[in-house]
Design a protein around this ligand. Structure first.
Ligand code: RTP
Length: 148
């Protein structure tokens, strides 16, 4: 069983896409472990994107992430890290396949509406950055035996 961190960025929240995006993960069979709306500080955004600090767009990206509410969530399922990113689609929405979240709902890379952890280590670090352990809810639903 894997857990991954997903964030709907300020553009996705402002455009009213929260329910559309969350429902795509729920319909797939992924289980919600934690979910909250937060406005991250720029310093927090810099921590989240620390791997990109040498990139020319780093400051603008952190300004954007901290510009409004972000829907932060943790979802769990077998294969959720890699396959969740497939559902999200390529970073640049002009190259994302139709049927993916970015392919269907976004147009340009700087407004690509969603983030998903890119590997097991990143998922662990990002979950720990955004959530306290007590915010991660553990439960079993009857539906699970019909999904995996
Ligand atoms: P994310 O972390 O948000 O899921 O995106 P990603 O792994 O698909 O892409 P990454 O290369 O880690 O880039 C992080 C975010 O930076 C923004 N970006 N802006 N101005 C630009 O050329 C540019 N390139 C990337 C995007 O918001 C991307 O999601």
């Amino acid at each position: 069983m894997e857990r991954t961190f997903i964030a709907i960025k300020p553009d996705g929240v402002q455009r009213g896409l929260v329910s559309e995006i969350v429902s795509r993960f729920e319909r797939k069979g992924y289980k919600l472990v934690a979910i909250k709306l937060v406005v991250p500080s720029k310093q927090f955004a810099e921590k989240h994107y620390h791997d990109l600090k040498e990139r020319p767009f780093f400051s603008g990206l952190c300004d954007f992430l901290s510009s409004g509410p972000v829907l932060a969530m943790v979802i769990k399922s077998p294969h959720v890290i890699k396959y969740g990113r497939k559902l999200i689609g390529a970073t640049d929405p002009s190259k994302s396949e139709p049927g993916t979240i970015r392919g269907d709902l976004a147009v340009v890379v700087v407004r690509n509406i969603i983030h998903g952890s890119d590997g097991p280590e990143t998922a662990k670090d990002e979950i720990a950055l955004w959530f306290q352990p007590k915010e991660l809810v553990s439960y079993t639903s009857n539906e699970e035996k019909w999904i995996y």
